[in-house]
Structure formats: structure tokens, C-alpha cells
Design a protein around this ligand. Structure first.
Ligand code: PHE
Length: 335
């Protein structure tokens, strides 16, 4: 009897931890108990045999409840909204961390914020557009060589992933016409991704970000534009800056200018170290007229430039390709 009790304990323990508890019925301990029967005096065999049978019944019910337990464990609650298997034991081994905004988006938000505080409305640019907005409405004549300067991609259906945020100008001007006529102004920035079919190197990407401004009133002037741009750059870099312009050609402005700032000393600059930051100018009368705005009564200015360049200067980033690389080592520097 002592034997039966100790075997009972061994088997119950085995069942409790086994994933195939029925195997316990074949265990050597149990077989040994049976083999004892033949060695007992005849008058003890009946009682002994009954004890073994009781043990078997008990073991069988322990096996049954362990099987139920295993079945239930297999249907653990499943969170279908989790981005990974939350029940996986691998989760503990994973080096998880919270994501952060991409540095470019964070800086783009900074840029847009500065203009919003200056009173500009902010509009995200489109990522697919057409010839009208990319060229026609911006005073690029058909087959004009200036079109080639934009290395545009085209879809088979002749749509264009925009090569500059100026594709938003006609929309902004058309939408603001009524406001002008009721005595107001148009003041908007558009921002977003642009695309050019260019070879990629440290200063060129096929995909990058631009921010563009459009301002129209009865009295808008170049002086007002330069003041606006200077205020923006000084706010973005948090210091006084020297600026200069030089003539440049864009079909949609007249005169057209390139706007440069002197690289600040704190960012490793020496006097005379000019950096071209963007293109700008007075909106061409044809562009106003194509949006239904009377170019004799109203005048406007516009500017547009790349966001990466601003950010590279601010943080001393040497290679434009880092931004689109998805390299965590680079991204973590901006946490
Ligand atoms: N869209 C021009 C470019 O990407 C920049 C620009 C914008 C120039 C607005 C003048 C006025 O090159």
C-alpha cells in the first residue's frame, strides 16, 4: 500500500506538467505495481488489485482534467489589433522602443508653424498632379525648354508626381480670388513631397520636400517679400542673418530671384559663405490672370525651396540620402 501511495504521487505530478498526459498510463512505475500482484499471497491479491484499479480511475480523471487544461490554453485570448503576436514568448526578447516622428517631418512642421504664426494659411501639396498645374498655369509655354529643368516623372496616363510645390499656386490663387475682391489678401504656404527624375547623390534625391509661399494684395512688393523671408530664416535658425539675392529665371515670376543667406558662424560659416536657399519673385501677371485675378489691380510674390537643405544646415547633416534611407542609426540621433 505504501508503494501504491508513492506511485500515485509520482504519476499525479507527472500528469500536472505533461503535454501528453495519457502517456503516464504506460509508465514503468505503474507496470511495476501490476507485476507485484503475482508475488502476493492469494488472500491479499483481491484487496491489492482493487487498490490498483482505484488508482487507475483516479489517474484517468487527472489525465482528463489535464487534457482540458491543455485544450483551453490553446485558445488564449487573441488581440487582433496588436501589431505582433502578444502571446509570443519572443516579445520579451525583442528590443522594443517607441517610434518618433521622422526628423524631416518634425522640421517641416516647424517651418510651416513659423509661417502660420506670421499669418499664412497652410495647405499640404498633392502627390499626383497634371500638366496644367505643373506647367500650363505657371506660364510654361508648350515645348518650352524650361520644362526640361524639372526632370518630371510621368505616369502612363500622363499624370505627374509634382516636381515642385508650385503646382499648388493656381489652386491657391483661384480659391483666394473672392477674398481679394472683398478687400482681403491671399497668404498661404503649401508644403509636401516632390519628385524629380534625377540621379541620386549627396545633394540630390528623387523624392524630397518643399515649402512654398504665395502672397497677393493690392500693394505686395519685393521689399515685403524679402522682409518675410528674412523673418522666416531668422526665426528658423534663431539668430540674425545676412541675406542677398541674385537674378534667376522661373517662368512664373518676374522678376525672379535666388535668395541666399550667409552661413552663420555658429554653423561653421565664414563671411562670404553664401548658401542659396530658395527661388522667389513677383508672381508673373499671366499666372494671376490664369487664375482669374486682375493683374492690373493685384500683385503678388511667391517663393519655394527644399526643406532638406534647411535641416541639413541646421544639424550639419552632410548627406541628403540619409533622410530617405530609413536607417535607424541616423533617425535615433534626432530622438
Ligand atoms: N518652384 C521653384 C523650384 O522648385 C521655386 C520657386 C517657387 C521659384 C516660387 C519662384 C517662386 O525650382
Amino acid at each position: 500500500m505504501q508503494d501504491i501511495n508513492s506511485v500515485r504521487q509520482i504519476l499525479i505530478d507527472k500528469i500536472a506538467t505533461s503535454n501528453s498526459p495519457a502517456d503516464v498510463l504506460k509508465s514503468p512505475e505503474l507496470k511495476k505495481l501490476y507485476s507485484v500482484i503475482g508475488t502476493l499471497p492469494a488472500n491479499e491479491r483481491g484487496a491489492y488489485g482493487k487498490s490498483i484499479n482505484d488508482l487507475k480511475v483516479e489517474i484517468q480523471s487527472a489525465i482528463d482534467s489535464r487534457m482540458d487544461e491543455i485544450d483551453n490554453a490553446a485558445v488564449e485570448p487573441l488581440d487582433v489589433t496588436a501589431p505582433f503576436d502578444i502571446n509570443s514568448s519572443l516579445i520579451e526578447l525583442m528590443d522594443t522602443e517607441n517610434g518618433t516622428k521622422h526628423p524631416l517631418i518634425r522640421e517641416l512642421e516647424n517651418v510651416v508653424d513659423i509661417f502660420v504664426r506670421m499669418g499664412f494659411e497652410a495647405i499640404e501639396s498633392r502627390q499626383i498632379d497634371d500638366d496644367k498645374h505643373m506647367f500650363e498655369s505657371l506660364n510654361f509655354p508648350d515645348n518650352h525648354p524650361a520644362r526640361d529643368g524639372y526632370d518630371t516623372f510621368r505616369t502612363e496616363e500622363n499624370f505627374i508626381p509634382p516636381a515642385h510645390t508650385s503646382t499648388m499656386q493656381n489652386r491657391i490663387l483661384s480659391a483666394g480670388r473672392d477674398r481679394l475682391e472683398s478687400g482681403g489678401q491671399i497668404a498661404a504656404v503649401s508644403y509636401g513631397r516632390v519628385f524629380r527624375n534625377e540621379d541620386v547623390d549627396v545633394t540630390h534625391e528623387h523624392t524630397f520636400y518643399q515649402c512654398e509661399g504665395v502672397f497677393v494684395s493690392e500693394t505686395a512688393s519685393l521689399g515685403e517679400m524679402l522682409g518675410t523671408l528674412r523673418s522666416f530664416f531668422e526665426a528658423y535658425y534663431g539668430q540674425k542673418l545676412k541675406i542677398k539675392t541674385q537674378p534667376a529665371y522661373f517662368p512664373f515670376v518676374e522678376p525672379g530671384l535666388e535668395f541666399a543667406i550667409e552661413r552663420p558662424a555658429v554653423l561653421g560659416g565664414k563671411p562670404g559663405d553664401w548658401l542659396e536657399m530658395l527661388g522667389c519673385g513677383m508672381i508673373h501677371p499671366n499666372v494671376l490672370e490664369l487664375a482669374g485675378i486682375d493683374s492690373k489691380k493685384y500683385r503678388g510674390f511667391a517663393w519655394g525651396g527644399g526643406v532638406e537643405r534647411l535641416v541639413m544646415l541646421k544639424y550639419g547633416i552632410e548627406d541628403l540620402r540619409h533622410f530617405e534611407s530609413g536607417k535607424l542609426q541616423f533617425l535615433r540621433e534626432f530622438k
